[in-house]
Design a protein around this ligand. Structure first.
Ligand SMILES: CC(=O)SCCNC(=O)CCNC(=O)[C@H](O)C(C)(C)COP(=O)(O)OP(=O)(O)OC[C@H]1O[C@@H](n2cnc3c(N)ncnc32)[C@H](O)[C@@H]1OP(=O)(O)O
Length: 447
């Protein structure tokens, strides 16, 4: 039995549950009962509708593409009467799939993406999340995965497990009444934008996303359901196509599609608005041209988007910068380094230099003193003895290192926030010169 399929036993008095891990996959075209019960528990945890058999089959078919592994926590025994949710329904759920994280220089680092974390209301605050997380991160580390990731329902949950915010997403509102004016109009009118049936986006999604992913620092792989949700062809909780979603494609000079936007009209405090469902642009030209198109929509006052980058070229392209309003900024991608040398050596660095850091990790996966030496943009990371012979310039927790990893926040900022300690004068500045990123990391994927 592989470690990923193991059953864990604990003292029944303190932990009357067993954890079981299994793949989300169809068996002879049908959803296995264990997987169906797990899907119901997830719906319950997120206050969704009960999942129909037809929906469960579609979810599982999609999750099979991702190689999703599900963990359930099951009561070892229960006095529940027949028909009630007894030992066959998990009281807690947890899942992962593994894709890639763009860490620069064309490297897609294997990443362990955690999702579908729920604990039944009647079993909360008894350590179920802690048990599932502890067991899962240990297995990911043992499998050689250098980093874990999630997008969180609340910002207060995951720091204690060593996760740190690595990217943010912004809510923006762009006033487009009368059209968008660009400082360099030619930069926003390359190629052609044309309306398409949204089903076309479902089929184009994977190819275009692969290009965007490969080119976008901080991007994380998308699960299969994105083909449907981006194109309005269904999502968790609602598999019927959404009728008011529209799509426009961007064609490059050779006539190849290198970007798209899907959007839908919404009423917004008396204003006529469209909301972007998904916008993928493999080139700068496609990005501005798609915005130029959105700016040309008649009868629309404002375009809204919830996934804009922290530093957005659109804002700098617009003649009337004040018509671009950032209405919110939220934590988006949380990372959790599991293998400090592996993760740090994979990242791209702009300048050469060296720094030594001390990393604390209550779970032990990432902790130690590490010397990071960068030559020609490549890091060599050496674990140092902890016998006092090596002094680290900086001390931080794994959550802080995970936030610093992509350069989305500086060590100076975390020092000012009281979260990292400078042990040797100048170490914060040295660290920042090495870890600074020329582009702000941005991730267009939630999971
Ligand atoms: C990646 C994702 O899937 S994000 C989705 C997360 N899921 C949800 O939001 C669904 C609704 N919420 C839930 O199902 C549960 O409340 C969960 C999963 C958030 C927490 O599960 P629990 O089993 O209650 O957590 P557990 O008892 O293991 O608590 C572990 C620690 O986290 C803390 N904690 C748990 N939930 C929260 C919370 N919502 N906010 C702040 N702290 C929390 C606990 O206080 C405890 O802290 P401590 O060990 O430092 O004392």
């Amino acid at each position: 039995m592989s470690s990923e399929h193991s059953t864990h036993s604990r003292n029944p008095r303190s932990f009357p549950y067993e954890l079981r891990t299994f793949p989300s996959r169809l068996a002879e075209g049908k959803v296995p009962e264990e997987v169906a019960a797990w899907q119901q528990a997830v719906s319950l945890g997120f206050h969704g509708d009960a999942t129909s058999a037809e929906e469960a089959a579609k979810y599982v078919a999609s999750e099979e593409v991702d190689g999703r592994m599900c963990t359930g926590a099951y009561l070892k025994d229960s006095a529940a009467p027949a028909g009630a949710w007894g030992i066959e329904y998990p009281v807690a759920t947890y899942a992962y799939h593994r894709k890639g994280l763009n860490v620069g220089a064309g490297t897609l680092l294997p990443v362990h993406q955690i999702t579908a974390v729920t604990v039944r209301p009647s079993h909360r605050r008894r350590g179920l999340l802690r048990a599932m997380m502890g067991s899962d991160l240990a297995q990911a580390k043992a499998a050689g995965i250098p980093i874990a990731a999630l997008t969180a329902s609340e910002a207060t949950i995951y720091g204690r497990f060593g996760f740190g915010v690595a990217t943010h997403a912004c809510d923006i509102e762009v006033t487009v009444k009368g059209g968008l004016e660009f400082i360099v109009p030619a930069a926003a009118s390359q190629g052609v934008v044309e309306i398409a049936d949204p089903t076309v986006v479902r089929d184009l999604h994977d190819g275009i996303f692969a290009r965007v992913h490969g080119a976008s620092y901080g991007s994380i792989g998308r699960h299969d359901m994105y083909r449907l949700s981006s194109s309005g062809q269904g999502n968790y909780g609602a598999l019927d196509p959404v009728k008011n979603i529209r799509a426009a494609l961007h064609y490059d000079a050779e006539g190849a599609v290198d970007g798209y936007v899907t959007y839908k009209p919404v009423q917004d405090s008396g204003r006529s608005a469209v909301e972007i469902v998904d916008l993928l642009a493999a080139t700068d030209a496609a990005y501005l041209a798609l915005w130029n198109f959105l700016g040309s929509l008649d009868l629309i006052d404002v375009v809204k988007w919830g996934m804009a980058p922290v530093v957005d070229p659109l804002e700098w392209a617009m003649a009337a910068k004040r018509l671009y309003k950032r209405t919110g900024t939220e934590d988006h991608l949380w990372l959790r380094i599991l293998d400090t040398p592996g993760a740090l050596a994979a990242r791209e660095y702009a300048v050469d230099g060296q720094v030594a850091i001390h990393v604390g990790d209550p779970l032990g996966h990432a902790s130690g003193i590490f010397r990071i030496e960068i030559v020609h943009g490549k890091a060599t990371v050496t674990r140092c003895p902890e016998d006092g012979s090596v002094t680290a310039g900086l001390s931080m927790g794994v959550s802080e290192l995970s936030s610093l990893y992509l350069g989305g926040v500086s060590a100076r900022t975390l020092q000012a926030a009281g979260r990292i300690r400078e042990e040797e004068a100048g170490a914060v500045a040295d660290f920042d010169s090495l870890f600074a990123a020329s582009v702000s990391p941005h991730c267009l994927t939630s999971f």
